[in-house]
Design a protein around this ligand. Structure first.
Ligand SMILES: Cc1cc2nc3c(=O)[nH]c(=O)nc-3n(C[C@H](O)[C@H](O)[C@H](O)COP(=O)(O)O)c2cc1C
Length: 246
């Protein structure tokens, strides 16, 4: 805690929050050092994510050839035309076995396989996570899970969002948090971003050779933003309108 206070203050953080904008034009003359995105991605990997399952993959699109191919897929947006690099944030619904095993093994190492704490880990990553994430092409397993959740929910509080699309929403939620960390980390290094949801997902998946079960959360255009890349003032619905206290 004290360490955090020494390295950063709320004022520093607010400066980054204020300075980050979606840049629609980047400086095409500027050469962004390779390690800027790497550093920001390293920060992104520390983001909170559901059950620490880290169902994400980040694809860096750096080559001129690939970037050119991305532009029409990103609907020829100006941010896409001028970006130095794209980071494609992918949700990997089929990574659950590997990611559950990762947590299982790490915690076995940390807690010791015979500890009481690890008995809970065994249940969580050995039984619960496979139960939650297992899926099939038609979403039948998810529908069965949803019915089971409704039945259990009759007698006690229960997570209801256990269908196939619910799980995807959870994956995109975690990926969005990582995307936000990434964009702040870019800004903290003096670089700019534009999150892009406007793209042809079918063509993008084909170009990047993604699996059918993979989904793109967003594409983040990165580079040195030009002043004209910010289209105007920042308008936000007032605090009182969107924040409720009960
Ligand atoms: C999920 C998501 C998708 C977005 N898609 C696009 C996009 O396709 N093109 C674009 O120019 N901006 C896109 N944006 C940027 C928003 O328009 C922008 O964040 C918003 O207008 C607020 O402006 P600010 O980021 O400068 O504060 C997207 C933002 C998010 C979070």
């Amino acid at each position: 805690m004290s360490e955090v206070h020494e390295v950063a203050t709320l004022a520093d953080f607010e400066t980054i929050i204020e300075a980050r904008r979606s840049y629609r034009v980047f400086d095409t003359e500027h050469e962004m050092p390779e390690e800027i995105v790497q550093k920001a991605l390293e920060a992104a990997l520390l983001s909170p994510n559901s059950s620490n399952m880290q169902m994400w993959e980040f694809i860096r699109v750096r080559s001129v050839e690939m970037r050119k191919k991305m532009v029409p897929i990103l609907l020829n947006q100006s941010a896409a035309q001028t970006a130095s690099e794209f980071v494609v944030v992918v949700g990997r619904a089929n990574a659950w076995k590997e990611r559950a095993a990762f947590n299982y093994n790490k915690l076995a190492e940390e807690y010791g396989e015979t500890s009481d704490r690890f008995a809970r880990v065994k249940q969580y990553y050995g039984k619960l996570m496979p139960m939650v994430y297992r899926s099939d092409a038609f979403g039948i397993i998810g529908r069965i899970r949803k019915v089971m959740a409704s039945v259990i929910g009759l007698s006690k509080p229960m997570v209801r969002e256990v269908g196939k699309s619910d799980i995807l929403a959870t994956i995109h939620g975690s990926n969005s948090l990582a995307s936000m960390t990434f964009m702040y980390a870019m800004k903290a290094q003096g670089y700019d971003t534009c999150p892009l949801g406007g793209f042809d997902s079918v063509r993008l998946k084909k170009l990047l050779k993604l699996k059918g079960s993979d989904e793109v959360t967003m594409v983040i255009a990165c580079g040195k933003g030009k002043p004209e890349g910010v289209w105007g003032k920042r308008h936000r619905v007032p605090y009182e309108k969107v924040v409720k206290t009960v």
